[in-house]
Structure formats: structure tokens, C-alpha cells
Design a protein around this ligand. Sequence first.
Ligand SMILES: Nc1ncnc2c1ncn2[C@@H]1O[C@H](COP(=O)(O)OP(=O)(O)OP(=O)(O)O)[C@@H](O)[C@H]1O
Ligand SMILES: [Mg+2]
Length: 203
Amino acid sequence: MSVIAVINRKGGLGKTPIAINTAKATNSIILTNDDDVVEVVHKNTKVMSLKEISELDFGSLPNTVIDFGGFIEAGTTSIIERCDLVVVPVVNNISSLKRSVNAVDELSQLNKNIIIVATMTTNKADFENIKKVFKDFNIKAFFELKKTELFNNSLNKGLGIEEYLNSMPILRSAYGKKKNQKTESILEQWDKYITYIKNEIGE
Ligand SMILES: Nc1ncnc2c1ncn2[C@@H]1O[C@H](COP(=O)(O)OP(=O)(O)OP(=O)(O)O)[C@@H](O)[C@H]1O
Ligand SMILES: [Mg+2]
């Protein structure tokens, strides 16, 4: 069983959609201190404070994803130290990057298994810049998830992306790779990310 943290100091970087869909794809429960849409979309969710989460015996948890609200409270340090994997969503925007660097700096002192997901990218330079900014940190892997309506549209229907894509056959081709398209589609990017995660946790 494994515990994955999805965390950054800044809000609005895509933690919640990533946490929900990671949990769904890996049969995990979600623990969160953020009273957001999470419970609606993922029934196996428990809202509790970070202090309460930090007091749990991680060894007896089922596969778990922890969605940290956009703020850090007491308990964070001890949670991060005990997670098997730390997922940090990062956006290539000057003000949020600075806070992300500080966050990764702190997180890397607590946990050696950190991956960065470049979210909401709009061009190739976004992902390249993020990899450059974090090149001196010991980051295990970088993934890209381009800016998309897929997460919002599925969450608005109360669904994870997989359930949403299955709800209407046309959606998979709408979000998949178009003929002659050179860049990766969001579905290809998600697949790379989730394959890595599943491999990491042995699912
Ligand atoms: N590639 C992407 N990855 C993640 N989210 C994306 C992406 N493209 C667009 N979004 C949208 O960006 C928004 C960011 O998510 P959200 O505000 O829930 O982030 P958060 O980090 O959980 O914030 P908070 O700290 O406030 O909980 C969502 O509405 C999501 O649908
Ligand atoms: Mg959130």
C-alpha cells in the first residue's frame, strides 16, 4: 500500500484534479484538508485536518492520495516524511514559480521521491523552462499536462476523467491526438504520468 502527496504552497495549480484522478486510477482513497469538490467526485474521500492526517498510522492505510489544500498547517512535515511519493504541480508563471521553488526546496529536505507535473502548459517553452528551473533539485521525473478543459468538464459532471471519457464516445477522440497533430494530446500526457505512478506504487 502506498501514500502519495499532491502538494504545493500555491493554490490553483491543479492539485485537486490531479489528486482526484490519480486516486481513481490507482484505487486509492483521498484524504484532504480542503473541503472542495473532492467528496462529490470521489466517494472514498475523508476530509480532515493535516494534524489529524499526521496522526494516522500510514502503515495501516490502503492506497491513499493526500490532496493538500492551498495552505500548509501543522502536521505537513511529518506527513511528507512518511509519503512514498510526492507529486508537485507547477505552473510556468513567474510569481508562482518562485513559490514552487521554495516549496520544492522544503519538500526535498523531507522526502527524496519527488516528481514535478508541469500543469496548464500552453507551449513547449513552459515545460522546458520548468525542467530548467528545477534541474539542480533531485527530481525523479517531470511530466507535462497541458492546459485543458478536460478536468473542469469532468469535475463539473461529478466524474473523474476516465468515467467522463467513457460517458460519450466522441470525447476520447476530442481530447486525443488529432490527425497530423505534432504535439502530445492531454490523454497521451495523462497516460505517461499515470503509468509512471502505477509503476511506482506497484499497481
Ligand atoms: N493541465 C491541467 N492540469 C490541472 N488542472 C488544469 C489543467 N488545465 C486546466 N486545469 C484547471 O485548472 C484549475 C486548477 O485546479 P484547482 O484550482 O483545483 O487547483 P488546486 O491546486 O487544487 O487549488 P487549491 O489550492 O485552491 O485547492 C482547475 O479548474 C482545472 O480544471
Ligand atoms: Mg485544491
